[in-house]
Design a protein around this ligand. Structure first.
Ligand code: SF4
Length: 611
């Protein structure tokens, strides 16, 4: 089978990946691939799948969990188009609200934005939408815009720049483009959220039977799927909803809901399980009808309505029990205590059956191990999926993995002495590492417990991630960290947080990573319910709900250190549990580490030999 490879040579591991993709297509099997950074997975997957797409009149969906990951797909497609003179039609999508031309749309929560847009469209109040259509179909202006686009491959930013110069709806323009597109780049929810998929496929004339779906960074898929099916309602939303209306019936309903909250929260310590019937109303349909009607009135004046959120929650709460957990929790928002009722999905496979049956899926990630877990959680049957694991392609001598079994953050062993020991060790290792170091902690609490001990011992400047930091603040912090690369500084961050995934610190920007403890989830109601549910489904509750997710966070954090063939660095696993076989088995098959209580010599030797 021909491939449309964009470069002159394939990399180590890349060829195997390409062959496995071709085999999967031939055998009509889905593929789950653990493909570490550096293999060149985007070029491999696109070049091997595109001939199949073109020859069989299929549509390729390239889905990512973050918008920033679209760029590499767009760039690779541009290279393929240039080298092989293909006539691909590509549409790059982001969330509708980020494409919208209405001022202020971007700040709305996603669910509310959809209602806002629907309201404007239904009431013929969106001029951009109105300009898209005439009574008999698309307007001449809209058709002309799309025709002029031709086969040019462009990122969504490039597309939006042009689209926003018109008086047309950019999202609808992109949708019009999809009718002839054979590649659609988007977010997971464009395909995995049933109502969004239905709307998108209907307008773009696509079918699951004709779709090949690539899921990038697929280790995020199970949790994203669960989030899509979950919902919650808090006392804060109820309070804000009440301020939106003077209507007696609406206020009566909100009071009724609040009274139910008051009954439920009796004897609430931190959180407790709740049954469906504990929060049931006799006339829920009528209540929802009245709330939705009032929400329409609110939205005629404002963009968002909290009343609508209450109505949505009441509807969803009526859903299934199997695969879900219901619980009440006490939490804080801006220093204010709030009570939140959660209806949380435990089973990511609930919406997968139709997609697995009808289309072809390739799920890939640098941390998709153990592959069996993803197969089980997502609902693939053994016989319909291939599981493939590829080796890390970077030179082994460029990284030094050290497991230091001197300390632990295990709950029963936490103490001031232990935090001091962790702080002392992490500080002295950071000083030995020549350049910038990130120290990852399992939680903000442990981070602050270790902080004083660390700074009193260490010589390097310490920068710190704070809980609830905004996007811009994070960018400023990261740039500050980069600026220290010559003298070396230390960034304190949390495993599983925004500095442990999706950031690139190549070359001298990062020379070492220290992972303190094990980032296990809090054993709260949700985690315990997941353990029970996965025990019931797969007899692997502890592994699938607790241990493997923690180890995936560890591997993600460790992965920040070596991002290219030239990168060299030290990765230290600072907890005694990493040396135990139960945890060690969770690392990828090609993982090699030295277990040592005397790491200083190893670190010095590593930097000396890499000078
Ligand atoms: S129709 Fe388009 S421009 Fe109008 S609100 Fe919706 S997304 Fe925005």
């Amino acid at each position: 089978m021909n491939i449309l490879f964009p470069h002159d040579e394939t990399r180590e591991g890349q060829k195997d990946f390409i062959n496995d993709i071709i085999e999967s297509i031939k055998n009509k099997k889905h593929l789950l691939a653990h493909a570490p950074t550096g293999i060149g997975k985007t070029a491999a997957i696109l070049s091997s799948i595109l001939p199949f797409i073109i020859d069989n009149n299929k549509t390729l969906f390239f889905l990512t969990s973050r918008h920033t990951q679209h760029k590499i797909a767009v760039d690779t497609l541009k290279e393929i188009q240039k080298k092989h003179e293909t006539r691909l039609k590509v549409v790059d999508f982001i969330g509708k609200k980020h494409m919208c031309s209405q001022p202020g749309a971007e700040i709305l929560p996603t669910g509310q934005f959809y209602e806002y847009c629907k309201h404007l469209v239904e009431n013929e109040e969106c001029e951009f939408y109105e300009n898209m259509f005439t009574k008999i179909g698309y307007s001449a202006e809209a058709r002309k815009f799309v025709e002029e686009e031709g086969h040019e491959i462009e990122s969504v930013e490039e597309f939006l720049k042009k689209a926003k110069e018109t008086k047309l709806c950019p999202y609808e323009l992109a949708l019009l483009k999809t009718k002839k597109a054979n590649v659609i780049i988007g977010d997971y929810y464009h395909v995995f959220n049933p109502s969004i998929r239905e709307a998108l496929f209907k307008k773009s004339n696509k079918f699951l039977e004709k779709a090949v779906i690539i899921v990038d960074e697929a280790h995020n898929l199970p949790s994203r799927l669960r989030d899509m099916m979950s919902t919650r309602l808090s006392t804060l939303v109820l309070e804000r909803a009440r301020k939106e209306s003077q209507d007696e019936r609406v206020l009566e309903i909100l009071n009724e809901v609040e009274n139910m909250f008051n009954v439920l929260k009796e004897n609430l310590d931190e959180e407790k399980m709740v049954r469906k019937e504990d929060f049931e109303f006799e006339n829920v349909e009528e209540m929802v009808f009245i709330l939705e009607k009032e929400a329409e009135n609110v939205k005629a004046v404002k963009k968002r309505s909290y009343i609508e959120l209450v109505a949505e929650f009441l509807l969803k709460w009526d859903g299934e029990d199997e695969g879900f957990v219901r619980y009440l929790e006490k939490t804080r928002f801006n220093d204010k205590e709030i009570i939140r009722l959660n209806y949380k999905c435990l089973d990511p496979s609930l919406n997968m059956e139709e997609i697995i049956d009808k289309s072809l899926l390739v799920l890939m990630s640098g941390t998709l191990t153990p592959l069996e877990m993803y197969r089980d959680l997502l609902g693939f049957k053994r016989e319909e999926v291939e599981l493939k694991e590829y080796e890390n392609p970077f030179p082994k001598e460029n990284r030094l993995n050290l497991i230091i079994p001197d300390t632990t953050t295990k709950y029963t062993k936490r103490s001031l002495e232990m935090y001091k020991l962790i702080g002392d060790k992490a500080a002295s290792f950071s000083d030995l590492i020549e350049g910038n170091v990130i120290v990852y902690f399992p939680s903000y609490r442990i981070m602050s417990s270790v902080y004083d001990f660390f700074v009193s011992k260490g010589k390097k400047t310490v920068l710190m991630e704070r809980q609830g930091m905004g996007k811009e603040e994070k960018e400023v912090l990261l740039n500050k960290f980069r600026d220290y690369q010559k003298v070396g500084s230390v960034l304190f961050a949390v495993s599983g947080g925004s500095f442990s995934e999706g950031i690139d610190l190549p070359g001298e920007e990062l020379k070492g990573v220290i992972i303190v403890g094990l980032p296990l989830s809090k054993p709260d109601v949700e985690t315990r319910s997941l353990i029970d549910y996965y025990d019931y489904r797969f007899s692997r509750g502890w592994d699938y709900a607790y241990m493997f997710p923690a180890m995936i966070r560890v591997i993600q954090s460790a992965g920040r250190c070596i991002r290219s063939e030239e990168d060299k660095g030290v990765i230290i696993y600072l907890d005694e549990r990493y040396s135990l076989s139960n945890y060690f088995r969770c690392f990828p098959k090609d993982f090699k580490a030295k277990v040592t209580k005397l790491p200083e010599e190893h670190i010095k030797k590593f930097f000396k030999s890499n000078q």
